[in-house]
Ligand binder design. Structure first.
Ligand SMILES: [Fe+2]
Ligand SMILES: [Fe+2]
Length: 244
């Protein structure tokens, strides 16, 4: 179990702004530091912007030992080549939706490539994948086991943010301390959004940090429902984990 105070998450690519000196483009990526590992979750859509944002937030691409890719969409994998050009010494955890030919090529370029299936497995100490979820667009999310609960990070949440939160909570058998990332509600109407918000409110979730493809209307509804338990995030935000 990782002490929440020893875990650092910095959003390094996002279409929502936070720090004025960083660039926003469509996509998502965050830099995760634990006492034992440094992970990059997704890579946004553009390597140049990703690396620039990483530099400005003090996120060292050369320290990354694990590259986790949630799903194959361009706005999540677009920057990977820039990352491995500077740091090929990484273990990639790829979604099964990634092209097999690309996986084959990557195997000759980096330390290792593991392709996820539907089972939850350990990525590195105290960090797990949910396993592949969803039907139309298959996607994996990350679960970090901390002393204040599970920290769950999603790319787009194509398989449904409520389903992901439920699965993540049951994998660790503990409450969710923080649910962060894209909630994929941008094309939903208010009734559909409120149903999802209601579903999340019924689960044991302390804090949410919706961003990326959540959508402005859903963002408003989520912040209204969760109040102070909803964090305002965007590119450049270093997420402070609430202490217990
Ligand atoms: Fe996305
Ligand atoms: Fe996506």
């Amino acid at each position: 179990m990782i002490k929440a105070s020893d875990l650092s998450i910095t959003i390094v690519f996002d279409n929502y702004p936070y720090r004025d000196d960083l660039k926003t483009l469509w996509g998502f990526s965050c830099y995760i530091e634990t006492p034992e590992n440094t992970l990059l979750f997704d890579t946004g859509s553009n390597g140049r912007v990703l690396l620039e944002n990483m530099k400005k937030t003090g996120s060292d691409v050369k320290k990354v030992d694990t590259l986790f890719l949630s799903h194959h969409h361009w706005d999540h994998i677009g920057g990977f080549d820039s990352v491995i050009e500077l740091n090929p010494d990484v273990d990639i955890f790829a979604p099964s939706s990634l092209s097999r030919l690309l996986v084959k090529d990557l195997r000759s370029m980096v330390r290792s490539v593991s392709v996820a299936d539907e089972k939850s497995t350990m990525i590195c100490p105290d960090i797990y994948t949910t396993g592949m979820m969803g039907e139309d667009v298959e996607e994996q999310s990350i679960i970090i086991d901390t002393d204040i609960g599970a920290v769950v990070i999603t790319g787009c949440a194509h398989s449904g943010i409520v389903e992901i939160a439920k699965r993540a909570g049951s994998i660790l058998g503990k409450k969710i301390a923080l649910l962060l990332g894209g909630f994929h509600l941008m094309r939903k109407d208010i009734e559909e959004i409120d149903e999802v918000v209601g579903g999340l409110m019924c689960l044991d979730i302390d804090h949410i940090a919706p961003t990326h493809c959540t959508g402005d209307l859903a963002m408003e509804r989520l912040h209204k429902a969760f109040g102070k338990r909803a964090m305002v995030v965007g590119v450049g935000k270093r997420v402070e984990l609430p202490q217990e």
